[in-house]
Design a protein around this ligand. Structure first.
Ligand code: UDP
Length: 258
């Protein structure tokens, strides 16, 4: 069986870390994630939170950039239904997914409670600012460090990081797609010095109202991925790994590396 468990990090309430097709995923709920975030806020080094999907797991087998973000993340949450299903199939209890969209909102609520600041980096021009504004309307006491779009070249990373660093964010949300967003967090951590960096994919598009989430019924029957592909056929590249993920979990065999 392609599953094994171990502890992660140095926190008091450690989630079980499970090997899913060679990549680590933490058996963690949203509430446990928030508890860990409270602990990370007390630390010094930037902790990367990766919200993992099936495409990321499959891609990490061949792509070193994906493999690196799984290796270096402090916490890896099951972002989509694929990892949740796989964890259950591998015999672990997991009540629900911990998605980037919901995590962004919970972080804003927590910022309102604790007073730490959040920077919104990513998405098309204006989208991060609109997402931040909508969330600030909902959580007026959340502390907004700043916002910026995610359309810049890799060669500009350090320049952008220095701009972000001026705002001294405690939490950096990056919405530029995986693995670009997580690599940005890892490679600029020395400059930005946030306590936490989270790759949040299309979350700003949702919170800004630019892209609507699938209707509740579609979410319930686990077809949100199909909804997204129908709205944006470019996403087909990301979903092509879904059947591979499904088939490999269904037919999993013990492999030397797992
Ligand atoms: N994006 C960006 N810079 C880029 C490419 C993409 O800021 O160079 C943004 C894009 O506008 C979208 C987000 O990254 O808001 C990625 O969303 P997607 O749904 O593809 O991410 P996923 O959740 O699938 O990783």
């Amino acid at each position: 069986m392609s599953s094994s468990s171990s502890s992660t990090g140095s926190t008091s309430s450690l989630p079980k870390r499970v090997n899913v097709l060679g990549q680590p995923i933490d058996c963690v709920t949203m509430d446990q994630t928030i508890e860990l975030i409270r602990e990370y806020l007390e630390g010094n080094a930037t902790k990367l939170i990766l919200t993992a999907d099936s495409n990321g797991v499959v891609s990490a087998e061949k792509d070193e950039n994906y493999a690196r973000i799984f290796r270096e993340a402090a916490l890896i949450t099951p972002d989509s239904n694929g990892p949740v299903w796989a964890l259950r199939k591998l015999g672990h209890e997991i009540p629900d997914r911990v998605s980037g969209v919901e995590l962004v909102e919970r972080l804003c609520a927590l910022s309102e409670e604790l007073g730490f600041s959040i920077f919104f980096l990513g998405a098309a021009p204006g989208v991060a600012a609109l997402a931040a504004k909508n969330l600030k309307d909902k959580y007026p006491k959340m502390v907004l460090a700043g916002s910026r779009d995610g359309y810049f070249k890799k060669s500009e990373d350090i320049e952008i990081a220095n701009e972000v660093a001026l705002t001294k964010p405690d939490v950096l949300l990056v919405a530029m797609g995986m693995p670009r967003q997580e690599l940005f967090i890892l490679d600029t951590a020395h400059a930005i010095k946030a306590k936490i960096g989270v790759g949040v994919g299309g979350s700003f598009d949702v919170h800004s109202g630019t892209v609507k989430r699938a209707p509740k019924l579609i979410q319930k029957i686990k077809l949100e991925w199909l909804w997204r592909v129908l709205l944006n056929p470019k996403k087909i590249a990301k979903v092509k790994n879904l059947p591979v993920f499904w088939w490999r979990i269904q037919t999993r065999r013990r492999r030397p590396s797992q």
